[in-house]
Design a protein around this ligand. Structure first.
Ligand code: CP
Length: 329
């Protein structure tokens, strides 16, 4: 069936196993919970092939995208995910809302709760903001990035993309390169990958490697020598240089950073031939990754974006797609 009104493919009994109100990070999740999300996303992906993608699973539910920082991928994919499942989706950003008049985060959340929000997808510059909000609303809260703390849905879509490409997540050899200090993507991936026994190497200039990061999860190695680390990597995840979060003086110049840590065609030759190249986006092309590497067949950057919708549909379904007695809708 290729219509929109049919039973969605992920309407099985899996929601009965999902017991969390919120998704605030990957740190507290068990491996089995991550697998449940990825398996559900595998089912949601079937919708991509349909001519009409809309179906009624979340009809009558309200999802609020509350973004205090800019976003293209995360916000749009949550909006699509909600709309394809027939939820009402509202987008709120500081400009154009009462945040500009000085309304506090707490009052904003109380207002959204009073308006009947069932889920709040939230991005904020402060670590812990999503957890704070979750304590003050009955709505499900999904952390869409809080400071340098976690970006769990990005890591879930990264894991989903890797599992689809490689067949398994077990014992991955991953090299994460770049601005580790400011990266919530790196932290969420470290939590997620560690639950599958990954060997993760973090690489960057000393000023962008936070002290003690090697003890963050078991099996983490740290190096400042990218050329030395590339040959052993099954996966190279390049991070965006987060200039908006950096203090002045952390890097001599962008040109020097690119020379030492940019992934270019020459460096790609040092990797195993079937290496998987990832970047969460948005990429500073020509700085941390060259345009030709970003568009190389070994790059899965476009897949990451597409898979973001599947993973976010799965999460909204698991968090909201239940009747009030907890059974699958
Ligand atoms: N990867 C990511 O979070 O991208 P956006 O900032 O565009 O949402």
């Amino acid at each position: 069936m290729n219509g929109g009104a049919g039973r969605p493919p992920f309407c099985g009994g899996e929601a009965v196993q999902w017991r969390r109100k919120d998704l605030l990070g990957l740190e507290p999740l068990e491996r089995e919970e991550i697998e449940l999300i990825l398996d559900t996303a595998e089912s949601t992906r079937e919708v991509f092939g349909r001519e009409i993608k809309k179906f009624p699973t979340l009809r009558g539910r309200t999802v609020v995208n509350l973004f205090y920082e800019p976003s293209t991928r995360t916000r749009s994919s949550f909006e699509l995910a909600g709309k394809w499942m027939s939820a009402d989706v509202i987008n709120i950003s500081p400009s154009g809302s009462s945040v500009q008049k000085g309304e506090s985060l707490l009052d904003t959340v109380r207002t959204l709760t009073a308006l009947g929000a069932d889920a709040v997808v939230m991005r904020h510059s402060q670590a812990g903001a999503a957890e704070f909000v979750a304590r003050h609303t009955r709505a499900a809260v999904i952390n869409a990035g809080d400071g340098a703390h976690e970006h769990p849905t990005q890591a879930l879509l990264d894991l989903f993309t890797l599992r689809r490409r490689r067949g398994s997540l077990d014992r991955l050899k991953v090299l994460i390169v770049g601005d580790i200090a400011h990266s919530r993507v790196a932290r969420s991936n470290l939590w997620g990958m560690s639950k599958f026994g990954a060997e993760v190497t973090l690489c960057g200039p000393p000023t962008l490697l936070p002290p003690g990061i090697e003890g963050f999860v078991p099996g983490v190695r740290v190096t400042t020598d990218l050329d030395d680390a590339l040959p052993g990597a099954e996966v190279v995840m390049v991070l965006r240089l987060q200039r908006e979060r950096q203090q002045k003086g952390l890097l001599p110049s962008l040109a020097e950073y690119s020379r030492e840590y940019g992934l270019n065609r020459e460096r790609l030759r040092r990797c195993p031939p079937d290496v998987i190249v990832m970047h969460p986006g948005p990429a500073n092309l020509g700085v941390e990754i060259s345009e030709e590497v970003a568009s190389d067949p070994r790059s899965v950057i476009s897949d990451q974006v597409t898979n973001g919708v599947a993973v976010r549909m799965a999460l909204l379904y698991l968090l909201l797609g239940r009747d009030t007695d907890g059974t699958a809708a």
